[in-house]
Design a protein around this ligand. Structure first.
Ligand SMILES: *Cc1c(COP(=O)(O)O)cnc(C)c1O
Length: 334
């Protein structure tokens, strides 16, 4: 399996700081009194590139550059980590960046949006209603405008979650396998926050391909379980067909927990903010209210309810998101 995977690994740009550490969270583990909790520190994939998106973008941008693109177009929420990572990587690679964002981009810019502007991305923000209704058309008209001025656009879908982006976390599973071997653990579960599905898709396939017996669980931060079951399996089908892989996609278990979405995307309950502060004080890790804080809060609840009874070791993928803390600073209860 591993040899077959190596043969098929597509070209990749070296953009992320890899490998990232796998760290035990001793105090949180003890407090919970259940499985040992570990954090895979993908918040350390870069300083301003921090998070999971750069792992996917190593493959996505390699493809874009190979196709001769000079302008990257992508989309997301106003505080999208994916858009921020893309904007900075475009600057690093000498590419233009066009961002289509959902929300009202009022000054002074904060968090990821500030970094988008610092990186020189061309930002067009539209109301959430328009974004929801017209995203494909907005991306298409942006691409046409780029072509009209003689540029070569390449459109990256939300979160870089598609057949190409799946490679990011398929490849990361080789790292996780080595991490686990070094620590002498065989984790029962690998947990991530799921927003566009590409991370969970890559982990799900990558764990099997790299001989990790862990179950992969995603905590949904926006859409429900049925949506992600569909989206993730479709991304995996596209991936396996696009690269002629022989993995049986239909036999993979896609496990999504959608009980901790709270008020909606990028909106969290007060308990999530409390959890973020608690984790920061207890282990020195900073989670965010959009993704990691929500997912970790869900994980703690599920451990307490017994879902992971009998599991010795759980790996929580810290997918970054620190810049999302700042725009929601007034939600913390100190
Ligand atoms: C995008 C993102 C996720 C979710 O990853 P997907 O592949 O989009 O499901 C999780 N955490 C953070 C911090 C993110 O930016």
């Amino acid at each position: 399996m591993q040899d077959a995977l190596k043969l098929s690994l597509p070209s990749r740009l070296n953009l992320a700081v890899r490998p990232t550490p796998l760290q035990l969270l001793p105090r949180l583990s003890e407090e919970l009194g259940g499985p040992r909790l570990w954090a895979k520190r993908d918040d350390l994939t870069g300083s301003v590139l921090s998070g999971n998106k750069v792992r996917k973008l190593e493959f996505t941008l390699a493809r874009a550059v190979a196709e001769g693109a000079d302008t990257i177009i992508t989309c997301g929420g106003l505080q999208s980590n994916h858009c921020r990572a893309t904007a900075l990587l475009c600057a690093q690679l000498g590419l233009h960046c066009e961002l289509v964002l959902s929300g009202e981009a009022t000054e002074p810019f904060d968090g990821n949006l500030l970094l988008d502007h610092l990186a020189g991305a061309n930002v067009s923000a539209v109301s959430p209603d328009v974004y929801k209704r017209e995203l494909p058309e907005l991306l298409q008209s942006t691409a046409e405008a780029v072509r009209a001025r003689g540029g070569k656009p390449y459109v990256i879908p939300t979160g870089a979650s598609d057949a190409v982006g799946v490679w990011g976390y398929v490849a990361a599973c080789a790292e996780l396998r080595d991490d686990c071997a070094r620590q002498g653990i065989s984790p029962g579960a690998i947990i991530c926050a799921t927003g566009s599905g590409g991370t969970q898709a890559g982990l799900t396939a990558g764990a099997v391909l790299h001989g990790l017996s862990a179950q992969v669980w995603g905590f949904a931060v926006c859409d429900d379980s049925a949506y992600f079951q569909n989206k993730i399996r479709q991304d995996l089908r596209d991936w396996s067909q696009g690269y002629a892989l022989s993995l049986d996609i239909e036999s993979l278990d896609i496990r999504v927990i959608d009980d901790y979405i709270g008020p909606g995307y990028a909106k969290a309950d007060p308990e999530v903010f409390d959890t973020i502060a608690h984790v920061a004080r207890t282990e020195g890790l900073v989670f965010d209210p959009v993704y990691t804080g929500k997912a970790f809060h869900g994980l703690v609840e599920e451990v307490r309810r017994g879902r992971f009874d009998g599991v010795a070791d759980i790996i929580f993928l810290h997918t970054g998101g620190v810049f999302g803390v700042f725009p929601q600073r007034d939600q913390f209860r100190f």
